[in-house]
Design a protein around this ligand. Structure first.
Ligand SMILES: *Cc1c(COP(=O)(O)O)cnc(C)c1O
Length: 377
């Protein structure tokens, strides 16, 4: 059996190696490294896959979020509501732009932003909401969009972990994660569900004007070369990454299936154990399992992780410290105890190996090892 990894990029690459190597070589031969035809091709493929009017490729997911906020014209002092339980990038760019991050609680079952908490956090200064589709399933977008409409707020979806997930509205309409709000953002970091071989990201929007703003901002605020109409940034997806992504996009749905298959294996093994809570499936979204995250009860979580590690099974804690308790983000508005759901999750979640190449032998070893630890507790 091959070594168990959190993410097996090598195994995945070996199955598409011929195609990928050829595509990379074509870019090298063409020397069109920046803004080459491969970027445009991938942009069009992704627009088609998502059913989005515009995809604007950029340097990474963090940049995508920053460019989105700049394109919406958010100004220092504006309040932006986001989830307290997420990766730091979301709050980081809010802070970098001089905006005020307003953190709210998440749902204990789906780990996604809690709409009731959003309502309570709205003030006259609130300008935008950023729901994060954590671990691979969509936030309650219909609720979030309703709140935004009532209060005239922008919505930016952080879809960095959920590309390909489908959200179903009350009326049966389905839309892809990231294409529902004013702007959606994603990351092509290698370990993401659609990962490239370096850094990459993209912005999605159905609004022509916002798309234009995002394009101009991501290219030094420049429409005509060397004429700068606004302050921008330099954030591009390079051609080699785009060529890799265009190939991997064709496999994205099949990758999601492989991840779901592994998740179902884990579910079967763990669902009846009183000390484990398997991931809740949100009825309005499909799950693309960026992570398979258990919540443990009455267990020394760190001892479990150490035991798995001793048995050559990696496990990760996403995320050990909620945003409001991160040193760089300490703020007199918040204190320990303000977000009990988030704080409890950060102490009790554990993510197991999740990728497209897990086989039954590996899954069997992971599940039996974990259950053995619980038996000895
Ligand atoms: C990965 C990630 C980002 C940032 O993406 P990068 O490409 O690493 O900059 C932002 N938000 C969430 C939720 C992520 O998982």
């Amino acid at each position: 059996m091959s070594k168990i990894q959190m993410v097996d990029l090598k195994g995945q690459y070996s199955k598409i190696k011929t195609e990928v190597d050829q595509a990379i070589n074509e870019v090298i031969e063409s020397t069109a490294f920046i803004k080459g035809p491969a970027v445009h091709r991938f942009q069009e493929s992704l627009e088609k896959y998502l059913g989005a009017k515009h995809v604007i490729p950029c340097g990474n997911g963090t940049d995508a979020l920053q460019i989105a906020m700049m394109a919406l014209g958010l100004k220092p002092g504006d309040e932006v509501i986001t989830a307290s339980f997420t990766f730091i990038a979301t709050a980081e760019v809010i802070a970098l732009l001089g905006l005020t991050p307003v953190l709210v609680e998440v749902d204990p079952d789906t780990f996604n932003i809690d709409p009731e908490s959003i309502r309570k956090a709205i003030t006259p200064k609130t300008k935008a909401i950023i729901p994060v589709h954590l671990f691979g399933q969509c936030s309650d977008m219909e609720e979030v969009m309703e709140i935004a409409q009532e209060h005239d707020l922008f919505v930016i979806e952080d879809a960095c972990q959920a590309i390909g997930a489908d959200y179903t509205f009350e009326d049966g309409r389905k839309q892809k994660a990231g294409t529902i709000a004013d702007i959606g953002c994603t990351s092509f970091f290698p370990s993401k569900n659609l990962g490239c071989y370096g850094d990459g990201g993209a912005i999605f929007t159905n609004d022509d004007e916002l798309a234009k703003q995002c394009r101009v901002i991501s290219n030094h605020g420049m429409q005509i070369r060397y004429y700068h109409d606004m302050i921008g940034v330099n954030s591009r997806l390079d051609s080699i990454q785009a060529a890799v992504l265009d190939i991997k996009l064709k496999h994205l749905d099949e990758y999601a299936k492989a991840r779901n298959k592994a998740a179902e294996y884990y579910d079967r093994a763990f669902k009846d154990h009183p000390k484990l809570k398997i991931p809740t499936r949100f009825e309005k979204s499909t799950h693309v399992f960026h992570q398979y995250t258990l919540v443990v009860k009455d267990i020394e979580r760190d001892a479990l992780r150490a035991y798995l590690q001793e048995n050559d099974i990696p496990a990760m804690i996403y995320y050990p410290v909620p945003l409001h308790l991160q040193k760089a983000y300490l703020d007199p508005r918040y204190k320990d105890g303000d977000f009990p759901v988030t704080e409890k999750l950060s102490k009790s979640v554990i993510s197991l190996p999740m990728h497209t190449e897990l086989d039954e032998n590996q899954l069997s070893l992971i599940t039996t090892t974990l259950l053995k630890f619980l038996d000895n507790e």
